[in-house]
Design a protein around this ligand. Structure first.
Ligand code: ZN
Length: 220
């Protein structure tokens, strides 16, 4: 059974259910380049189910015998109001908090599925595929300029800056809501900057969101 529940950084629960996790692929040009993917002209959306969410501080575990699992460190946006065909100002007002996520990906399986033109859910949606940090209230951070990072064994591995996004947070939320409704408690993952790579047993990962949040976890 999945016991995931959203939390604020002071450990109090966020009293909203996690319905779905909407992800955007290739939202940073440098990351698209490192995987030899073209830069998209509109957001490339996919969904991870609520059952993929786990608290990031829980030791990371993933499916055996399915090839490498890559980490992708992403800014996570917690939705606080329903959004359907939202304007920019409605999208802005619906942001309840920001956190960090690992969009874990079975990279070899994803490549096989992509080659066949098949959906890549199996590579992205497994139980535990979406470790999430606690959230920071949105009024603590400047929505148009947020930086975050991932260190592995105390070496900087990924650095993100929302100014490098191809589709910044507000237009991205408005676009998603033009395709399907976002509900309170849903989370939007906004894409990974460059520097993705395989998780290896024994690694310690530290995710940092501005000066607001720092969380660490281990790979088992
Ligand atoms: Zn991703």
């Amino acid at each position: 059974m999945n016991l995931y529940q959203h939390h604020w950084k002071d450990s109090t629960p966020v009293h909203l259910p996690l319905g779905k996790i909407v992800c955007v692929g290739r939202n940073y040009a440098e990351h698209a380049k490192e995987l030899d993917n073209p830069v998209p002209s509109e957001p490339l959306l996919f969904i991870k189910p609520a059952t993929s969410a786990v608290h990031v501080t829980r030791p990371l575990a993933f499916p055996a015998n399915q090839g490498q699992v890559h980490f992708e460190t992403e800014l996570a946006v917690l939705i606080g109001k329903p959004l359907t065909s939202a304007s920019a100002s409605e999208a802005q007002a619906a942001i309840l908090g920001y956190g960090l996520a690992l969009d874990l990906t079975l990279r070899e399986l994803q490549s096989q599925l992509k080659d066949k033109g098949h959906p890549w859910e199996r590579a992205k949606a497994f139980d535990g595929a979406c470790p999430l940090s606690p959230f920071v209230a949105s009024d603590r951070l400047p929505g148009d300029h947020i930086t975050f990072s991932l260190d592995i064994n105390e070496q900087r591995q990924q650095s993100g800056d929302t100014r490098d996004m191809l589709f910044p947070v507000i237009p991205l939320l408005a676009h998603i809501s033009s395709q399907f409704t976002l509900l309170p408690g849903d989370v939007v993952l906004t894409g990974t900057p460059k520097g993705v790579g395989p998780l290896l047993c024994g690694q310690t990962l530290t995710l940092q969101l501005e000066d607001e949040l720092s969380v660490s976890t281990n790979v088992v």
